[in-house]
Design a protein around this ligand. Structure first.
Ligand SMILES: Cc1ncc(COP(=O)(O)O)c(C=O)c1O
Length: 490
């Protein structure tokens, strides 16, 4: 006998009326084969007792099912599932949920894109350098968001808008980027994206649709390598030292191959956190002009510098329109606030906007307008200063912990900015075993494979410090210490 009590779940807090939830649940049971066509259903009184609902609710659900032809009543006999319905066999885990596991059609699976999904577990986590979302200025965002939607004349912003992004944000950003980064541009040079990743995707697709070479660092941000490769680029790697990408290596490659793009995280190289030196910046721009390649400048953490004023981005020094500048508020505010920007020559930006339209009609116009107001009224800048101060203190604390507890196992240098330390294991130990022990102690650390995707054997990972308060940092480092100790004794 079917246990309706176990199979029908009613959510009293949901907006869907209860009788409709019951109606939907019975349809799902019929569709998934749990109740076969022709089967007799319990009477309304019996069902209402089984599942703890008012009888009138069950009658309303049955009426609705009857109206739609799913069931019918035979006087003096009872209520039956309609005979004309096809009998569908129950399928594994999908029973009752309509879930299908395998597609009934063919498609290309790009296995190389698969990476373990870094869940946000409730466990203590050393991430690879993300902001502390607990300090995100959500109240300010909501205030601006509400002020926009509460005015009836703003209703138009709920409709379809420009696929270049909200005009007011593009205008405000043009000034903001000039004031904070020395980038001279107008709104036509700016496309609003859903974060840096979308900028990288669009640029890679436009530049590498017909393939061609792209130069990246020997250590590189893995998502950028995958995005470029997926777009059609063949990657060539150059050395990275304490001054960033080696531009002599880039020049040597340009002499051998037609290079279409160079990907650079100039402010703090991802993953090793070093800053591209002024000389190499100029050299890279000269090379771009000489060899005609695009520089994809991913400035993911420009706002976080602790020692000195940051070097201005390459985009501020480029007069030849070879730099595509990519940034976002996801690292200043929170990764889930998906608003970013791509700055470049107007023809390129227009092409990117049209391409963007094919995967995402537009961004969240209201959120974009709210951010424009936050920048105009100084809320974003205030938050950025507050976060900078906090992360500076956390960097000092984390540095002390690394020195006090882990120096026998690791080497590192103190990052000038950003939200992570680049840490390499000194001895012949391996991160995999350390990560496993950490997990046994309820802590997650970044996946070492992300940093050594082409087996260069550098044995380093990023340890983010910004999202952990002092207490959490101490706890995390002590767990890491015991894991490293265990691994060093093996
Ligand atoms: C170097 C680098 N670029 C881009 C991104 C993606 O940022 P967004 O969240 O803005 O897409 C990240 C995220 O961690 C990053 O580390």
């Amino acid at each position: 006998m079917i246990s309706f009590k176990n199979l029908i779940h009613i959510d009293r807090s949901a907006e869907t009326p209860i009788y409709l939830q019951l109606h939907n649940a019975i349809i799902n049971m019929i569709k998934s084969g749990v109740i076969k066509s022709g089967a007799k259903l319990p009477g309304t009184r019996s069902l209402s007792l089984q599942i703890g609902l008012h009888r009138k609710t069950v009658i309303a659900a049955y009426d609705e099912l009857m109206g739609q032809g799913w069931i019918s009543t035979i006087p003096a006999k009872g209520t039956f599932v309609s005979d004309k319905l096809p009998e569908v066999k129950p399928r594994g885990q999908g029973v009752g949920k309509g879930l299908k596991i395998e597609a009934g059609f063919s498609f290309e699976e790009r296995k190389y894109l698969h990476r373990p999904y870094a869940q946000l577990p409730s466990m203590l986590t050393i991430d690879e350098g993300i902001p502390d979302v607990r300090i995100a200025p959500i109240v300010e965002i909501l205030r601006h968001y509400r002020s926009i939607v509460s005015r009836s004349y703003n209703a138009k912003y709920l409709s379809y808008g420009s696929f270049f992004g909200d005009d007011s944000l593009r205008e405000v950003l043009a000034n903001y980027l000039q004031e904070t980064r020395g980038i001279t541009c107008s709104k036509e040079n700016i496309l609003i994206t859903r974060g840096s990743q979308m900028g990288m995707y669009l640029a890679s697709q436009l530049i590498h649709q017909k393939g061609g070479f792209s130069i990246v660092g020997e250590t590189n941000y893995i998502a950028a390598s995958l995005t470029l490769t997926d777009a059609g680029a063949s990657l060539l790697r150059v050395r990275v030292d304490e001054n960033g990408l080696n531009t002599n290596d880039i020049q040597a490659l340009c002499e051998k191959h037609k290079i279409k793009s160079v990907y650079v995280t100039s402010h703090h190289h991802h993953p090793t956190t070093v800053t591209l030196s002024p000389e190499r910046r100029l050299h890279l721009i000269e090379l771009a002009h000489q060899y005609g390649f695009a520089i994809l400048e991913d400035d993911y953490d420009y706002d976080f510098h602790y020692q000195r004023a940051p070097l201005l981005p390459l985009a501020s020094a480029d007069e030849g329109n070879h730099v595509i500048y990519i940034g976002a508020v996801c690292k200043i505010i929170a990764p889930a606030i998906r608003v970013g920007y791509m700055v470049g020559p107007t023809d390129f930006i227009a092409a990117a906007a049209h391409l963007r339209r094919t995967i995402d009609r537009q961004g969240d116009t209201i959120l974009e307008r709210a951010l424009a107001q936050m920048i105009e009224q100084g809320d974003l800048q205030r938050h950025s200063r507050k976060a900078l101060k906090l992360y500076h203190e956390r960097r000092v604390h984390f540095h002390q912990l690394l020195t006090d507890h882990l120096s026998e196992f690791i080497s590192f240098s103190v990052p000038e900015g950003g939200m992570a330390f680049w840490v390499t294991l000194k001895k012949d130990m391996n991160w995999e075993a350390i990560a496993k022990t950490c997990l046994e102690n309820q802590m997650v650390i970044p996946d070492w494979k992300n940093y050594d995707s082409h087996n260069s054997g550098h044995n380093g990972i990023r340890l983010g410090f910004a999202s952990l308060n002092f207490e959490e940092q101490t706890k995390a480092i002590l767990i890491l210490k015991s894991a490293m100790k265990k691994e060093s004794q093996n």
